[in-house]
Write a protein that binds this ligand. Structure first.
Ligand SMILES: Nc1ncnc2c1ncn2[C@@H]1O[C@H](COP(=O)(O)OP(=O)(O)OP(=O)(O)O)[C@@H](O)[C@H]1O
Ligand SMILES: [Mg+2]
Length: 374
């Protein structure tokens, strides 16, 4: 997948940015607060994902602007495609989103067309950070391969909120605990399905991260990554989510009802699961050094990109925001070597970080982007 043209105007501080990226490497260089991350974010939004910085819709538009416009052209292995986006301050709800001229109701409907992998300094904490971050990573990665997974995740969230609300009602004496069963049956089905998809993805991810990590450490350390379920002791690659796995899930929910009522919410389920990593048998989250934790995160992110490439036949666009400057030379080289063959956008404050590779260099200044080399 190659982005051939991006223009952005009024998106945060970006003003009249209009660039034709190189098919391989693009370096966006500039001082702090010039618009580098804003540009990466604008591209990322066109992949149909929510902002990795959690920006809300009303903050898309420049403080002194009336509207934000982004236009992006890209080519996959079949055809050139075009995405258009426009939002006005006066009517935030009425965004104009188009894919190849066809209007779409929501930004999320763009999901699945332009495939990107974004890597920010926060991602370096993936191995040691909260389980929630790891679940989001797995959920997004698995959704990029299977769009319908997003539906299951949303359904689960809805069911869980309703179950938790009912638990509160039971605690107030306003509802009977027998009413929980209606939610539990549905929650078990959806939860079993999510467990299977996540477990399958983690097993797949593990086969990539194992060899990547082996390369980072010159074969000295062995990394294992696995899905840790709060419902199943071991999934061991099982996929019968409609059968026994749903029954086990339901039983677990039923057995936990007293504890859930005491706690005031649902204690067990895919919303509490985790993705664990271990180096030579020791938990990375608990015992890993900072360098090891970063290398594991690196391996997970590169693996995410390689899985998209291998399973869809389309190499994703890599968006590396400020991440290289956080890494030593060895790890910088490791990333660049391992994303060879993918189009890359790298932001940095100092081009010396990158050396002199084949590609295009852009300067980002006060929201303007100009090509300076390549
Ligand atoms: N809605 C907005 N309207 C105008 N400017 C905004 C808006 N939101 C953020 N900004 C500004 O955009 C500027 C550039 O932000 P950005 O995060 O892209 O910088 P950067 O070039 O990535 O810097 P750094 O190297 O520090 O990461 C910031 O000064 C920020 O205050
Ligand atoms: Mg930045």
């Amino acid at each position: 997948m190659v982005i051939t043209h991006v223009s952005a105007d009024g998106y945060k501080n970006l003003s009249g940015a209009d660039i034709y990226p190189h098919e391989k490497l693009n370096i966006l260089c500039g001082d702090n607060a010039q618009g580098k991350t804003n540009f990466i974010e604008a591209v990322w939004l066109m992949s149909g994902c929510r902002s990795f910085r959690g920006t809300r819709d009303r903050d898309f538009i420049g403080f002194d602007k009336d509207k934000a416009e982004i236009s992006l052209e890209f080519t996959d292995s079949f055809r050139p495609q075009k995405i258009g986006f426009e939002v006005k301050k006066s009517s935030l709800k009425d965004k104009i989103i188009t894919l190849n001229g066809v209007k779409l109701p929501l930004l999320s409907k763009l999901f699945g067309s332009l495939k990107c992998v974004v890597f920010t300094p926060e991602d370096l904490a993936l191995a040691k950070g909260s389980p929630e971050n790891r679940r989001s990573f797995i959920d997004l990665s698995a959704s990029q391969l299977k769009k319908s997974f997003v539906y299951a995740l949303n359904k689960y969230d809805g069911l869980l909120s309703q179950r938790n609300a009912l638990i509160k009602e039971i605690n107030f004496g306003r509802a009977d605990r027998s009413m929980l069963d209606v939610w539990d049956v549905q929650l078990a089905k959806t939860g079993a399905y999510i467990s299977v998809i996540r477990d399958t993805y983690c097993n797949n991810l593990n086969s990539y991260t194992e060899s990547l990590y082996n390369k980072i450490t010159d074969g000295n350390e062995n990394l294992k990554l696995y899905y840790q379920s709060t419902v199943y002791r071991r999934l061991e690659g099982r996929t019968d989510h409609d059968g026994e796995l749903a029954d086990i899930y339901l039983q677990k929910l039923r057995n936990g009802i007293e504890d859930d009522i005491r706690a005031g919410y649902t204690l067990c389920g895919v919303h509490r699961d985790d993705v664990c990593t271990a180096i030579n048998g020791l938990s990375v989250r608990e015992f890993g050094s900072q360098g090891q934790q970063r290398s594991v995160a690196l391996a997970m992110k590169i693996a995410q990109a390689k899985i998209i490439r291998d399973q869809t036949g389309e190499a994703p666009v890599m968006l590396l925001d400020d991440v290289l400057s956080e890494l030593d030379m060895g790890r910088q080289r490791f990333i660049l070597e391992n994303i060879d063959g993918m189009q890359v956008f790298i932001t940095c404050c100092d081009t010396r970080v990158i050396g002199e590779p084949e590609g295009r260099i852009f300067s980002v200044k006060g929201g303007n982007i100009t090509k300076i080399k390549g």
